[in-house]
Design a protein around this ligand. Structure first.
Ligand code: URP
Ligand code: ZN
Ligand code: ZN
Ligand code: ZN
Length: 483
């Protein structure tokens, strides 16, 4: 069985051109004019792009005394509905738990995925077992390791642990990742706010100001530089953090920043809504910021100082959020966005002229495929690449509403927003999963994607670090010591 996508314009990270795409055996078999196949998909008026890759999801994640409500089943269904064909989820050992043990838990959940997936491994504690097991994790094709500088007393690691782990990741040819917020300061500010009677969701924002994120980002960049490892900063929400990344990149450091679609399009005023539920549903870390910070993030995408747009999809129901009534520190942190990332970014990015269609593809798919070592299997429209494709109708519109979404939760943080630009078809390894809003995907179709360590950036950085490493000065005559 072969499929041909006919009559569209192929849009990749670097090129737009008219051609048909022939798919056989789940991969792109040919690109050209007048191709024929058993099934024809009409892409007239549409753009044929690499399917979105969301490199930051937490599906069925144990967190803050509960589990995030979207699992690999509903989460990947939501992804496909919005034109995303791959997710990278965080395997999260609880403190003291082995990495391989955690991987087993994630393998047990991910069998229900409707689209392809991979994992990052979180380093939530440090010890010989973690050090040893990191090799086996990389051997399984998991080459990115996430560290939390926040969530003190739970997932947070200290600087000595960060440095030790970053060095290990560098030696293994992987990418270090950080959630950058100063966890000590957040803990102190939170306690003080509660003591002063600031118990509502707005206090969550007060407890995590931009400076806290900026400081941690600078610290992570320094530690990564000392360790000689490429660094990926997740959920960059503000100018303070962006500025640190921008400066590091201008200095030639290998650092990438990831803003979320939520931070790009929603602001801090959400937390001051008189409706407690409304505000609590938007509690996530880092919190939404003001318009100046938003402008900084958009400028970062335009100038290339920020590289990837993700969601950090970590969805909790209103009931789960209500655990935090009377104490904002108990509101489960996280928001959804898997289904909405692509249409929202197209609408507010391409629709406004802030991004070109090629830049859209770069930040939703191609850049992260390269960073994570899975390009051009993913993130490309090339012969031999997986046929993870979205046939994008730039004229299609809808109004986002929780009632029509795939996600298991009872609200949507983008409720009521009208988007222009939607998938006509979403294909996962050549199989049509979505047709004009109708989802017809299969539970268990998704496959694990193993990734390659020691990519080009790692090799270049290692060469540079070797060249500039401290060396003893070779001296001819050493003077006799004075007595
Ligand atoms: O609030 C958030 N972001 N929840 C998910 C866990 C994390 O910090 O990424
Ligand atoms: Zn985080
Ligand atoms: Zn509301
Ligand atoms: Zn996250």
């Amino acid at each position: 069985m072969s499929t041909v996508i006919r009559g569209g314009t192929i849009v990749t990270a670097d090129l737009s051109y008219q051609a048909d795409v022939l798919i056989e055996g789940g991969r792109i078999a040919a690109i050209g004019q007048g191709l024929v196949g058993d099934t024809v998909l009409d892409a007239g008026g549409c753009l044929i792009m690499p399917g979105g890759i969301d490199p930051h999801t937490h599906l069925e994640m144990p967190f803050m005394g509960t589990y995030s409500a979207d699992d690999f089943e509903s989460g990947t269904r939501a992804a496909l509905a919005g034109g995303t064909t791959m997710v990278v989820d965080f395997a999260l050992p609880s403190p003291g738990q082995g990495l391989l043990d955690a991987l087993q838990m994630w393998d047990n959940k991910s069998g229900r995925a409707h689209c392809d997936y991979s994992y990052h491994m979180a380093v939530t504690w440090w010890g010989q077992q973690v050090f040893d097991e990191m090799q086996a994790v990389v051997d399984r094709g998991i080459t990115s390791f996430k560290h939390f500088m926040a969530y003190k007393g739970a997932l947070m690691v200290n600087d000595d642990e960060l440095f030790a782990s970053f060095r290990r990741v560098g030696d293994l040819g992987g990418v270090a990742m950080v959630h950058a917020e100063n966890g000590d300061v957040v803990a102190e500010l939170s306690a003080r706010l509660l003591a002063e009677g600031n118990t509502g969701p707005e206090a969550h924002a007060y407890s995590r100001p931009p400076q806290v994120e900026g400081e941690a980002t600078n610290r992570a960049i320094m530690v990564a530089d000392m360790a000689g490892v490429p660094l990926y900063v997740v959920h960059v929400s503000c100018e303070d953090s962006h500025e640190a990344i921008r400066r590091a990149r201008a200095q030639g450091k290998r650092v990438w920043g990831e803003p979320l679609i939520q931070h790009l399009t929603l602001d801090e005023s959400e937390y001051f809504n008189a409706d407690w539920d409304h505000a609590a549903r938007r509690v996530m870390s880092p919190p939404f910021r003001n318009k100046q910070h938003q402008d900084s993030l958009w400028a970062g995408l335009q100038s290339g100082s920020l590289s990837v747009v993700a969601t950090d999809h970590c969805a909790f129901t209103t009931d789960q959020k209500r655990t935090g009534i009377g104490d904002f520190t108990k509101i489960p942190n996280g928001t959804g966005g898997l289904e909405d990332r692509m249409p929202m970014l197209w609408t507010h990015g391409v629709g406004t002229g802030r991004l070109t269609p090629n830049e859209f593809v770069a930040v939703t798919s191609t850049n992260i495929a390269k960073i994570l070592g899975m390009y051009p299997k993913k993130g490309a429209v090339l012969v031999g690449s997986d046929a993870d494709l979205v046939v994008w109708d730039p004229e299609a519109t809808k109004t986002i509403t929780a009632g029509a979404q795939q996600s298991a939760i009872d609200y949507n943080v983008f409720e009521g927003q009208t988007v222009k630009g939607l998938p006509r078809f979403t294909l996962t390894r050549g199989v049509v999963a979505v047709t004009e809003g109708k989802v017809d995907s299969r539970k268990g179709h998704g496959e694990f994607v193993a990734r390659e360590p020691h990519g080009q950036v790692n090799r270049a950085l290692s060469a540079w670090k070797d060249l500039t490493a401290p060396r003893p000065v070779q001296r001819g005559g050493i003077p006799a010591s004075g007595v």
